[in-house]
Unconditional design. Sequence first.
Length: 557
Amino acid sequence: NLKVQIFATDIDSNAIEAARRGLFSGSIAEDISEERLSSFFKTGDNGKTYRIQKGIREMVIFSEQNLIEDPPFSRLDLISCRNLLIYMQRDLQEKIISLFGYALNPGGYLFLGTSETLGESHSYFSAVDSKLKIYQLKEDIKSNQLEGKYDFLPPMTTTDVEQPPLAATEKENIELTLRELAEQKILEEFSPAAVLVNSIGQVLYIHGQTGLYLELPPGLSGVNNILQMAREGLKTELTNALHDAAKDQEKVFCPNLLIKGHNNITRTNLTISPVKNDSSSKFEEVLYLVVFEEVSSSDKDSSIMIYDQSFSVEEEEYGPESKKVIADLRQQLQAKEESLQNTVEELQTANEELKSSNEELQSVNEELQSTNEELETSKEELQSLNEELKTVNTELEDKVAELTQINNDMNNLLSGTGIGTLFVDLDLKIIRFTSSVTEFINLIESDIGRPVGHIVSNLKNYDNLSNDTQDVLDTLIPLEKEVQTHSGKWYIMRIQPYRTIENVINGAVVTFRDISEKKQLENEVAKMKDMLAEKDDSGENEKLKKDSKEVDTNEKG
């Protein structure tokens, strides 16, 4: 008594339409047992076709779906996907296996084809039977908050009562009591023909011989609706009576109906009674018992042979004009019945189309629920990500403020020392420079990023800055040189590698320190030494030596 809901999907709309019909060729008998064929199929076209029973068909919702692009169903207990993944690349297989893990309930099962594997997604599932490719989703994959939110299937009910063995049950069915035998015989001999149907006329059980009242229409297979099987003269009254019985839930009696058979007319009383369900009944819907009772044949006119253009005994008493009127009325009645039949068929066709549309809408609704669930999950993830980004942004703002402070300190330090500094990268392109460098190299802010060799310098007799810098980068040996500007100032130029905190060479640093005063003192010392050399014998020479020593002392100081 489990309520089962099956979602059958395919990307091919023609395949879905064929599946909706539930019609199979007679060749399936080679692969399906006779027991299953008789239990779940109805034969048609003299055994050439089989149609699935309505109870099985109503369990299945067919839907056109692209497994890769469309949202998946959710809260499923079982997914069967056989011989599909073998046609896909590995990354696409991983995506689909992840979708299956999302769609299944914790503990749900996955069936794959014999040539298919889970690949790297095996961590989601545990193998129930590796040979048969049956896997089960691990219980801890889904959170408890998602359980039971969209339950397609109710949980399996269990019972502690042990079922009797099959042999014992069959034995009890065989050993009928005398009372049951008597009741069965009485029903066979004396009870009228009857049919048990539901509110729409679907035949559930037939008792007795109903051939005088019902017959299968030609050209159709799998018909199990009493309204479609009713003979001429019965269909209209039967339809109205069943409608009234279902509406008022009371017995409906229709006496003296003339039902036309192959070569006779049968006078019949029709009774439709609602079957009240008790608390122990397994049927949830109200059923109806349709009873056909043939009127006693004591009246010879109750069953009269008729032919085309023939009349009953009562009608023979009328004159020719009355017979013509009766014939016209019969013709009009036949036209009305044909029109009504066409209307009923159109209504049935529209009902089937509405049923298919309802299945499509139900499938779309399930997809929308899954999409909504994904959006809720994405919303929570985005909120969490937004909080993280706010935290990171705050940290970055602190770092930027700290970096700005450090940058200001460094600029003030370099400017305060009065030492011209030039930074270049490994390609000898200018990265940064201090303002004092512009006194001997013509630099502006837009020169950042240009090679240092393209810049014109104010140095006298020196234009080898690029080569010297490259030599330092190649040898990692610092270089010092004394250079002079055109204005006469002297500088000591030092080129050394630029090392990062990670001890990586990332360019070079060129510094210029002003030594003009030192050069001037050196020139004065040289002049004094020359004067001392010319006046070695004079007393003034001693004084010059003394002054020279003082100059040397000051220079050292």
